[in-house]
Design a protein around this ligand. Structure first.
Ligand code: SD4
Length: 329
């Protein structure tokens, strides 16, 4: 976390001054990470280091005969359950009113999808998103309606109270931030997971407590199909983490899948999406976005605006945490 704080403070003035006439800022350094040669099928990829444990679970589900959809659902449930995690699940950091509201989406490669947003008290928003997909004619249900749907489905719910860690952090934030609706890029590490099974079916999931100390009612990219998550198993899948407003603005995950459809590698597509986000950013100094993508052959790529983004990878040779390249060095 300390490292992420530091890079946020890096000056970006030299880059802004270097805006070329094409409209796209020029990256100060060429991206360092290339994954284009590697291909794995099946494969599970997740954002951030908490993705390691989530991927292990997803892999186990696949190995015991579960579908790729089961795998991406049950994988991120590990993170939703992780009491140390302050950016996913009910133990996450609250909004500026002190209320935890959750966003999640799930998608299959055939275009089926479901999402919940601004939902309270639901222990596994990813499973509720799956129920929206499978049991309703809708794609997204939000707020009190989503909570009522959860109650009617009998899914696990919890009494509304902040976890000890979230409470401590929130109390500290209240003193310093004085209730300003700041866009804070330090304490949010959404899990987005994308998976490919041995037969080429793909699915993805994305779940978060969203931006720490957000305005009450604010919804980020994670539950927005096409922004935080998009899967089309004729092409590939992509997910996003970081400042949701900037991801929504460019339809990040959809953009990456469409770039792959046009022939870009997952790595090239992620880099192009980052470039697009940088060009459209309303607040580059305070923005971090990380994209993660995989195509239907099992090639993969990742890219971020700033250093510090990593992703977890699991395939038949084992699992590892991989550092992503970034637009800023
Ligand atoms: C949001 N994209 O709510 C989420 C937050 C996040 O890593 O991804 N943090 O904007």
């Amino acid at each position: 976390m300390e490292g992420r704080r530091k890079f946020i403070k890096l000056s970006v003035l030299s880059t802004i001054a270097g805006l070329p006439l094409t409209g796209f800022p020029k990256s100060p350094l060429v991206s360092s990470t290339e994954y284009t040669a590697a291909q794995f099928k099946p494969q599970i990829l997740s954002t951030w280091n908490h993705g390691m444990a989530a991927n292990d679970k997803a892999w186990e589900v696949l190995g015991s005969g579960g579908t790729i959809l089961d795998a991406v659902e049950q994988g991120v449930m590990v993170t939703e359950n992780d009491l140390r995690n302050l950016s996913v699940g009910l133990q996450g950091l609250p909004d500026r009113e002190g209320i935890v509201t959750l966003d999640a989406s799930i998608m299959k490669g055939d275009g089926s999808c479901g999402a919940v947003a601004f939902v309270r008290q639901v222990k596994h928003p990813i499973s509720l998103a799956r129920k929206v997909m499978e049991k309703t004619p809708h794609v997204m249900i939000v707020g009190e309606g989503a909570r009522q749907f959860a109650l009617s489905e009998g899914v696990p719910m919890e009494e509304e109270k902040l976890s000890p860690n979230a409470k401590e952090a929130y109390n500290r934030w209240k003193e310093e931030a004085n209730y300003q609706p700041i866009i804070n890029i330090e304490n949010h590490d959404t899990i987005g997971m994308i998976g490919l099974d041995k037969d080429g079916s793909m699915a993805g999931s994305c779940t978060t407590s969203g931006l720490a100390y957000k305005m009450h009612g604010r919804v980020g990219d994670s539950p927005i199909i096409g922004a935080g998550l998009f899967v089309d198993d004729t092409v590939g899948a992509a997910t996003a983490t970081g400042l949701g407003e900037e991801v929504i603005r460019i339809c990040g995950a959809f953009l990456i899948v469409e770039l792959m459809r046009q022939g870009r590698t997952p790595q090239e597509a992620c880099e192009e999406a980052v470039k697009r986000a940088v060009a459209k950013s309303k607040d580059l100094d305070n923005t971090q976005i990380g994209f993660l993508a995989m195509n239907k052959e099992g090639s993969f790529g990742a890219h971020a605006i700033r250093p510090g983004f990593n992703f977890a990878q699991h395939h038949q040779n084992g699992s590892e945490l991989v550092d992503s390249g970034s637009w800023f060095k």
